[in-house]
Design a protein around this ligand. Structure first.
Ligand SMILES: [Fe+2]
Ligand SMILES: [Fe+2]
Length: 177
């Protein structure tokens, strides 16, 4: 990472936070695919498809960071590890728990994407365009998993709440560091 500098401006911070988030998302799916081996093996086809989207998203934001000579977020490695652990345990609990986890993540992500795009629309068209490329996929992940999750009972409601709060905390921290 020689010659790269820390993200300083708002668009740079958004790009590095989304890049780290996509790395987290890739690893949530990777963990869920492992965890689902016993709990719901047939669901893994869709999870693999979603993971491939997240890998594309991660590459889009990595290319943006490279073009600006900006380093990855300090949280990048931790996002990957946290995602893997979260994915594995929710994966072992079965399809509805997997789906509730994804809905919770995507709901937070879609809200932040909307906010970033609104703020960058006139000031940084390139960052805006990069963000716009992933909205449709994230919406698809949200909608498909919302259907699979059904109406969550108390346990799944708590899982969703913890995942939402954790996602918010990761994004908030990423923008600060
Ligand atoms: Fe994504
Ligand atoms: Fe996604």
């Amino acid at each position: 990472m020689a010659g790269k500098r820390r993200a300083k401006t708002y668009p740079e911070k958004v790009l590095k936070v989304v890049n780290a988030g996509e790395h987290g998302a890739v690893n949530i799916y990777r963990g869920q695919i492992w965890g689902a081996t016993l709990s719901c093996p047939s669901y893994r086809t869709e999870l693999r498809e979603f993971m491939a989207h997240e890998q594309e998203h991660r590459a889009i934001f990595q290319a943006e960071l490279d073009a600006r000579s900006v380093r990855r977020c300090t949280s990048y490695g931790l996002c990957g590890l946290g995602g893997l652990v979260l994915g594995f345990f929710t994966g072992m609990l079965g399809k509805r728990t997997i789906a509730v986890t994804t809905v919770a993540v995507e709901r937070v992500v879609l809200r932040h994407l909307e906010d970033y795009r609104e703020r960058l629309k006139d000031s940084d068209r390139q960052a805006y365009d990069a963000l716009s490329k992933i909205v449709e996929d994230e919406q698809e992940h949200h909608d498909a998993t919302e259907r699979a999750a059904g109406r969550p009972g108390p346990f799944l409601w708590v899982v969703g709440a913890i995942v939402s709060l954790s996602t918010e905390a990761v994004i908030w921290t990423g923008m600060k560091i």
